[in-house]
Each structure stands twice: as structure tokens, then as C-alpha cells.
Write a protein that binds this ligand. Structure first.
Ligand code: NAD
Length: 262
């Protein structure tokens, strides 16, 4: 089975944290493949709704924006309920805080665990009945190279992303006999707006030009010395939704330029 049947026409995809960066990239690729999409963030800005309108116009699919705070379990479940269905669930919303563990603020720990891990528990629980009703489903959790490897000063992020990989395996086992799969994509450094914004600060901090700071500082652990692109993460998500990926479940797909080969 190859790329035939790649059309996701008639499927509804809900992508959390999808008004920027990787989530938006995944939403665009799923829409390009024909899926109707629900975009989400907690901001509820006019620009969020315009993004959805833009995707609808560009790809000829239905695209909506729904506000929900992924730090709040009830909001997570309400997002799925308000979507009115969910064939493809992409748990992408994620936040970061960097500090040594003894100075790591409690509220940052709690919020990172809530958004990066617990949100996926709530959305999976809410989405699975819809998937079972339709006899088909795809759950894609956006973890990280930090779901497989650690770095200092990122205790909450690393713990949450490792937890998300564990949740991925568990949900895969609970759905293994059905036409439902659950996998994690583990990106290395991706040039999202979040990362782009760090480049000038890093250039100043290290007194380096853009190319040098990217290569020697930011991508020091990414052997390709190139960022992954949001479209590449989106293409992997589309593949996981294809018939060819029907037996891929409970695993991780690294898109990290060789980071985890080390
Ligand atoms: P980003 O900041 O560009 O996008 C994050 C999105 O999540 C935004 O749309 C934001 O509005 C939304 N969001 C944040 N908190 C939310 C909340 N409480 N409720 C709802 N939405 C919320 O970041 P990104 O770089 O695109 O990251 C997306 C995902 O990819 C995250 O889970 C991140 O951990 C993961 N990731 C990113 C990289 C990278 O290098 N950029 C690498 C590995 C993994």
C-alpha cells in the first residue's frame, strides 16, 4: 500500500496549539491533504480566526478556530466536544521554561505538566468515543527529542515529554485491535516563530553572527546542523494518517537531524 488513498477528505482534524509554528504547519499539511481542520489556541484573537479563514480559502476545506486553554482539563474536553467530532487528534500545544531544578518555579512546573502532558490525557479520553463511533482514528502527539533525551535545566519539559511518549504507548495498546493508531512525533530544533525569536538574543549573548550562533550554539546537539521545518513535521503527520501507516502504532518518529542517534 503506497500513497494512494492519501486523501483525508471527510476527516476532521483537531490540532491543539495550532495558530503558530509546528501546529499551524501540521494543520496546513492536513488541510492540503483534504482534511477539515479545527485550529486552537487560548488567545482568541481576530488573527486566530483569520488564520482559519485563510486555510479554508487556500485548501477548499472547512476550517474553524476554537479557543480553549490546554492548561485546563475541562477546556481540553470541551474543545473536542465543540468540534463535534474528531477523526484526527494532534496534541501539539506546548510550553517551555528553563531553570535549575532548585529554582524552578512551582507554577511553571504545574503549567508545563498541564499543557504538555495532561492536556493529551483529556483530549484522548474525549476524542476516542468519536473515533470508535466512526471505526477509524489517528492520534498524533507532538513530543520532542526531549521525550527521548534529557537536557539540564528543562526538568518539567523533559519529564512531560517523556510522559507524553509513555501515554502514547499506553493509548496505542488500548486501541491496538481497532483502526485507531497513536504515535508521537519527536522533533529536534524546528525553526518555529518561538525559536526564530531566540536567534537575536543568542547572537547578542554570544557575540556571533546569525549563521554561527545557529550552527555552534543552537544546533550543537543536532548533527545535521540544520533546523527541521514545520512542513516536514506536517508531512510526517499526513503520513501517519495514511493507509500505509495503518500498522504503525505506539511508536516515536524522530525528525531531529540525528540528535537521538547519539
Ligand atoms: P509555538 O510557541 O510557535 O506554538 C505553540 C502553540 O501553542 C501556539 O499556537 C500557542 O498559542 C499554543 N499554546 C500555548 N499554550 C497554550 C495553551 N495553554 N492552550 C492552548 N494553546 C496554547 O511553539 P512550537 O515551536 O510550534 O511548538 C509546538 C510543539 O512542538 C510544542 O509541543 C513543543 O514542545 C514541540 N516542539 C517544538 C520544537 C521546536 O524546536 N520548535 C522542538 C520539539 C518539540
Amino acid at each position: 500500500m503506497g500513497s494512494e488513498g492519501m486523501s483525508l477528505s471527510g476527516k476532521l482534524a483537531v490540532i491543539t496549539g495550532s495558530t503558530s509554528g509546528i501546529g499551524l504547519g501540521i494543520a496546513r499539511e492536513l488541510a492540503r491533504a483534504g482534511a477539515d481542520v479545527v485550529l486552537n489556541s487560548y488567545t482568541n484573537a481576530a488573527a486566530d480566526r483569520e488564520l482559519a479563514a485563510g486555510i479554508a480559502a487556500e485548501f477548499g476545506v472547512s476550517a474553524r478556530y476554537l479557543q480553549a486553554d490546554m492548561a485546563n482539563g475541562a477546556d481540553c474536553r470541551a474543545l473536542i466536544a465543540k468540534s463535534g467530532g474528531c477523526d484526527i487528534l494532534v496534541n501539539n500545544a506546548g510550553i517551555q521554561h528553563v531553570a535549575p531544578i532548585e529554582r524552578f518555579p512551582d507554577d511553571s512546573w504545574n503549567r508545563i505538566l498541564a499543557v504538555n502532558l495532561s492536556a493529551a490525557f483529556h483530549t484522548c479520553a474525549a476524542a476516542l468515543p468519536f473515533m470508535r463511533q466512526r471505526g477509524w482514528g489517528r492520534i498524533i502527539n507532538v513530543a520532542s527529542a526531549h521525550g527521548l533525551r534529557a537536557s539540564p535545566f528543562k526538568s518539567a519539559y523533559v519529564a512531560a515529554k517523556h510522559g507524553l511518549v509513555g501515554l502514547t504507548k499506553t493509548v496505542a495498546l488500548e486501541t491496538a485491535e481497532e483502526e485507531i493508531t497513536c504515535n508521537a512525533i519527536c522533533p529536534g530544533y524546528v525553526l518555529s516563530p518561538l525559536v526564530e525569536a531566540q536567534i537575536p538574543e543568542q547572537m547578542q549573548a554570544h557575540g556571533m553572527d546569525r549563521e554561527t550562533v545557529i550552527r555552534e550554539v543552537m544546533l550543537a546537539r543536532q548533527p545535521s546542523r540544520r533546523f527541521a521545518e514545520v512542513g516536514q513535521i506536517g508531512a510526517a503527520a499526513v503520513f501517519l494518517c495514511s493507509p500505509a501507516a495503518g500498522q504503525i502504532t505506539g511508536t516515536t518518529i524522530s525528525i531531529d537531524g540525528g540528535w537521538t542517534a547519539q
